[in-house]
Structure formats: C-alpha cells, structure tokens
Design a protein around this ligand. Structure first.
Ligand code: FMN
Length: 190
C-alpha cells in the first residue's frame, strides 16, 4: 500500500518560498511512490482561537475538515516559515484549532510528520522548526529527526522547482525518505 502523505505550507503568501519547498517535497515523495495530497491553508480559513467562540459555536467546520483530512493520511510534510525564530501564527492557530476537534477524530495520533523551512536568510528558518516540533509532539504526532532548511531561498530553486544546491537537495531527499520509512511504523498506531 502506498503511504498517503498530506503536504502543506505554513504560508499563503503569493510567491511563498515555503510553498515552493512544499511543491519540491511533493515531487520527491511522489517519485518515491507516495500518494500525495497538497493543500493550501488558505482554503481552510479560521478565526483566532477563542475558547468562548468554541463554547458558543463549537470548533469551526474548517478545523474539523482539516482534522478529518489529517486522520485520512499516514504522514504529513509541513514547510514552514520562521517568524521571529518561531512558528508563524497561521500555522500555530491552525494546529491549535485542530487540536480542539471532537475526540473521535484523531488527526495527530500516530501521524508521522516531517518538517522543512525556507527563508531568504542565512539560517533558512531552521530555528522555528524546533518550536513547531515541540507543538506537534505535544498533540501526539511522531515528528522525525531529519528536517530540511532552504537558506537564501529567493535564489534556491531551479527551473524544475527543485533546490539547486546539492546539500539542500540531499537534505530534502533524506527527509522525504525517512518520512516514508517511518510512516510505515506510525501507521500501526493510527
Ligand atoms: C513577522 C515576521 C517575522 C519574521 N522573522 C523571521 C525570522 O526570525 N527568521 C527568518 O529567517 N525570517 C523571518 N521573517 C522573514 C520570512 O522568512 C519571510 O517573510 C519568508 O519569505 C516567509 O515565508 P514565505 O516565503 O513562505 O511566505 C519574518 C517575517 C515576518 C513577517
């Protein structure tokens, strides 16, 4: 059975470097035999998490839709920007809402997750991934050790949409390979 991998970026910006990374990851994963689904968080708009709103109206439909989508996949690749060394609010807000869905939906338990970041800075946004990793582990996901960061992202991608730098490409390949290997382990816990 082909592993089902969901892919999204933590940015909806036009020309987002992280959407480019998500697309490169999709290509790499698909070439390795994964069944991939790529979405935009822009198609799942959510208000800022508010417990009073949740009490009055319940968890928004878009969070429930996303949770069901996650529950229907074996693995997840997130390409996230780094904002002030941490998680961008779009992504944190999305994870927080999804963590509040009814307990019969299990979006994160046993979900194997790989992380990537892209930034035009020299560090490629890698500092934010430690915070993202921590949040995802808290909600029960299995976050793999390998990760990929794309520094100097404005000029990092070639015409084929892949990173041109060999080191970055190797990081992407290793991260995707490990995601697929460990998804087989995580699937037993889904
Ligand atoms: C509020 C804010 C804080 C940022 N902080 C960082 C940072 O700590 N490190 C970094 O490399 N880039 C930082 N940036 C720049 C982002 O990396 C840049 O906007 C990047 O293009 C966002 O990702 P995207 O291209 O996928 O939209 C920040 C941008 C914003 C808006």
């Amino acid at each position: 059975m082909h592993p089902r991998i969901l892919i999204f970026a933590g940015s909806v910006r036009a020309g987002s470097f992280n959407i480019s990374l998500a697309q490169a990851a999709r290509k790499t994963l698909a070439e390795s035999g994964a069944e991939t689904t790529m979405i935009s968080l822009g198609d799942y708009p959510l208000p800022i998490v508010d417990e009073d709103l949740k009490s009055q109206k319940g968890v928004p439909d878009n969070a429930v839709r996303l949770a069901r989508l996650l529950a229907g996949h074996d693995g997840l690749f997130i390409a996230s920007p780094e904002y002030n060394s941490s998680i961008p609010p779009l992504l944190k807000n999305t994870i927080d809402w999804v963590s509040l869905v009814p307990r019969d939906i299990k979006p994160f338990a046993g979900l194997t997750v790989a992380l990537g970041a892209a930034s035009n800075g020299a560090l490629g946004g890698i500092r934010g991934l430690y915070h993202l990793r921590s949040v995802l582990m808290n909600v029960g996901a299995l976050v793999i050790s390998e990760q990929v960061s794309i520094s100097r992202a404005a000029s990092a991608y070639g015409e084929d949409g892949m990173p041109t730098d060999e080191r970055q490409r190797t990081m992407l390949d290793r991260t995707c390979r490990s995601l697929l290997e460990l998804t087989a382990v995580g699937r037993a816990r889904r």
